[in-house]
Design a protein around this ligand. Structure first.
Ligand code: 3HC
Length: 709
């Protein structure tokens, strides 16, 4: 950061312009609020100035408070002497000129101004709840006064970004300009009109003085309880969404100043909570994973403008949709005409479901669908900038595909495999351009799940890696790099959890008991219910492959028995649970309890009772241990890579930060001791990671774990 002041003052004739210039996104870092207050005082004191504009330099208005300052001893200005207090006290009109983002404290400052004008591409919102806090700069008091408590609740409890035209329709923004280039001039002209109106005897509108919209709460006093009820499931274990509702409720029942005090109290309850610390960690972890250690800054990026997908199955179709959804033309090809036709039909049906649900407009569906063109053979895809192979998960099927891609694809094309476990070097080795080959492991459903695991082979070129990361970002994915190890980082770190959950059954637990523990912890679904949804035959095939390759492989006879009985999950009406026809609700099945007992008896395993904590730790510690081994062996760069994969690939509750962040909450020492004790009790599968032991002995943190240099 340079020594330049983060806020500067300019004039355009009789209008003073307060410019926030604090790259990259004009967060309210040290000196920013003080600078705005100074500007308001300066221009109020200047007789040549009649009005002011508050604007951001660079790509955004103001992205909010500086999140790095939370949880530190950085002091906030006291209530009564903040920017918006200076705005409310200003004798001259102030116009907020919004481009890019006005989020959190950014929108709060804009709402402190007398007027707001925005560029059409701008977005506004109060996303504080997403980092475990609430809008603590008057947002919970001013927004309900501008748009009514119902809309305010929706915006504050969801944290969603509201596009400028919607913000205009809602009354958050007074006027729109077409683009960023005309914003400043538009705002200055607006400010002059405001000064003229004031000179003609008009009063300055202050949001704090408005009462009209608050009446909505008197007409519908049940709205707050209804909101609490509607979020009960997704907000379980969390406090921030509920404090947001309480604060908006306070806006409707207290005076403005009392409401501000209440907001402050509710904010203070949250800012240092475990939930807020975890969510802040997740926020920065998601940005950290984009930084690839050792990759030279400025590594050339290969431009991706067109894509191709080989394999029109469920995964291939979802991958094609991922490209099409973000505007890329994509060619989809399959080994058979029938496979291709089915694949195209499935894509169409998926889009139609979104239209029916109301999440996609019909004309947008047509645009997206039209971007996906069926390809008859390899010559049709040869000029694509990137090709993603998504054929059957077997080396014998994938290798010939890559040999063919090598033959036909234009030089410099990115050749990617969607394998979830196979050796990417062996795949690259069948081509004469292994430097262009990498893994692009999408998660199912590929068009929905945000995680993209980018697998770096031994010969993957740095610019290939950087280009795949960039491509991932462009198609809305969170891309994380993994090394080439069986299961890569995501599935390898998850594998022990998958075994452990079945081993628990051998020892006396039931699927519904394990699922309840994990749902109570915060997962959207329990792991057995997820297994039934995905299909149990997939895991079965993987186990057979691994058992054939490794004589010490820990078999899971209960899981095998179910599959051998034809219980594949939802698709066969029975798996770990039983299902009624046409209904996805899992029902505990006495037949499964019987099979578990029978197989356990055959195995000679004694049955016992489990506490919830033991179930939780058996599952998650097994993966913590494996994750440490993965980092220790250099297949993941650092802890955040694992944590982001768990958040976005496996539904790990975000307000718990991530697998390793969560384990740090228990303490590396305690985790290690438990694992060491289970090692004694259960044998090799619990052999502790050396890295975990070292961290525990040094009193360190798992989130600081790094691969060896
Ligand atoms: N504080 C500190 N750093 C921030 C920040 C913030 N509020 N917002 C973004 N940054 C940093 C990011 O960490 C990143 O840093 P890096 O380059 O070192 O990794 C850089 O700015 C660029 O951010 P993105 O990579 O996320 O850029 P995008 O263009 O993809 O997204 C954005 C921009 C939509 C503004 C996104 O960064 C974002 O959502 N930021 C958080 C917004 C937010 O939560 N605001 C509310 C803050 S809390 C608040 O205001 C409390 C108040 O009510 C009292």
């Amino acid at each position: 950061m340079s020594d330049a002041k983060p806020v500067r003052f300019e004039t355009e004739g009789d209008v003073g312009v307060i410019v926030v210039d604090y790259p990259p996104v004009n967060a309210l870092g040290p000196g920013v609020s003080e600078g705005i207050i100074e500007g308001i005082a300066k221009f109020n004191a200047d007789p040549a100035i009649r009005a002011m504009v508050l604007i951001g330099a660079g790509r955004s208005f103001i992205a909010g408070a500086d999140i790095r300052g939370f949880g530190t001893d950085r002091k906030r200005l006291p209530l009564g002497s903040r920017t918006y207090d200076a705005m409310d006290a200003s004798a001259k009109p102030i116009v907020a000129a919004i481009h890019g983002f006005a989020l959190g404290g950014g929108l709060e400052n804009a709402m402190g101004c007398h007027y707001r004008i925005a560029s059409r591409a701008a977005k506004v919102g109060l996303p504080e709840v997403l980092i475990g806090i609430l809008p603590g700069g008057g947002g919970t008091q001013r927004l309900p006064r501008l748009v009514g408590p119902k809309v305010a609740l929706d915006m504050i409890v969801s944290g969603r970004h509201v596009p400028a035209d919607e913000a205009h329709a809602l009354g958050i923004v007074d006027e729109l300009v077409e683009n960023d280039a005309t914003l400043r001039a538009g705002a200055v002209a607006f400010a002059r009109r405001a000064a003229d109106a004031q000179a003609a005897g008009g009063t300055l509108p202050r949001v704090r003085d408005r009462q009209d919209k608050l009446r909505e709460a008197k007409d519908d006093p049940g709205m707050f309880d209804a909101m609490r009820k509607s979020i009960a499931r997704r907000a379980r274990n969390q406090k921030a969404p509920y404090n947001c509702i309480l604060a908006v409720e306070a806006a409707c029942t207290l005076t403005f100043d009392e409401g501000m005090k209440r907001e402050q109290e509710l904010f203070e309850e949250l800012v240092n909570s475990d939930e807020a610390r975890a969510l802040r960690y997740a926020f920065f972890a998601e940005r950290e994973v984009a930084r690839i250690p050792g990759l030279p800054k400025g590594t050339a990026i290969r431009e991706v403008k067109t894509a191709a997908v080989v394999g029109a199955g469920t995964m291939g179709g979802g991958i094609a949709m991922s490209f099409a959804d973000f505007g890329y033309p994509v060619r989809l090809m399959d080994a058979t005409e029938e496979g291709l036709a089915k694949g195209m039909q499935r894509i169409r049906a998926n889009y139609e479901t979104s239209v029916k649900r109301g999440s996609l407009a019909a004309d947008e569906m047509e645009r997206r669908f039209a971007r996906i063109q069926p390809a008859k053979d390899y010559t049709d895809i040869a000029d694509a900038d990137v090709v993603v192979e998504a054929v059957f998960e077997e080396m014998g099927v994938k290798k010939p595909v890559f040999a063919k891609l090598d033959e036909v694809m234009k030089p410099g094309a990115l050749l990617l495999s969607n394998t979830s476990a196979l050796d990417i070097d062996a795949i690259a080795a069948v081509t004469k351009r292994p430097q262009d080959v990498a893994g692009a492991h999408f998660f199912s459903p590929a068009n929905v799940m945000k995680l993209l695991e980018v697998v770096r082979g031994a010969r993957t070129a740095p610019d290939t890696l950087a280009s795949v990361m960039q491509m991932g970002k462009r198609i809305g994915k969170l891309s994380v790099v993994a090394g080439n190890t069986d299961g890569f980082v995501a599935n390898r770190s998850r594998a022990p959890f998958n075994s452990e959950m079945v081993i628990l059954l051998e020892e006396g637990a039931l699927p519904e008991q394990v699922d309840k523990v994990m749902v109570d912890f915060g997962y959207p679904m329990g792991p057995f219910a997820v297994g039934d949804l995905a299909g149990l035959d997939i895991g079965y095939a993987g186990r057979k492959r691994r058992a054939a390759a490794n004589p010490n492989y820990r078999k899971l006879p209960i899981a095998d028995r179910l599959v051998e009985m034809g219980r594949y999950g939802q698709k066969t009406g029975a798996g770990w649970y039983r299902y009624e026809k046409g209904d996805r609700t899992p029902h505990p099945d006495p037949e499964v309890a019987r099979i578990i007992k029978e197989v356990s008896a055959e195995m000679g395993v004694a049955q016992r009772q489990f506490t919830d904590q033991e179930i939780l730790r058996r599952l998650l510690f097994s993966s913590v241990n494996e994750a440490c081994k993965i980092i220790e062996e250099g297949f993941a760069y650092r802890a955040v890579d694992v944590d982001v994969m768990w958040l976005h690939g496996f539904g790990f509750p975000r307000y718990r930060g991530g697998l390793l962040f969560w384990a740090d909450g228990i303490g590396a020492r305690a985790v290690y001791d438990q694992i060491a004790s289970w090692h004694q009790q259960y044998g090799e599968r619990w052999a502790p990671s050396k890295l975990l032991r070292d961290i525990a002995e040094a009193g360190g943190k798992l989130t600081d774990a790094k691969a060896p240099a």
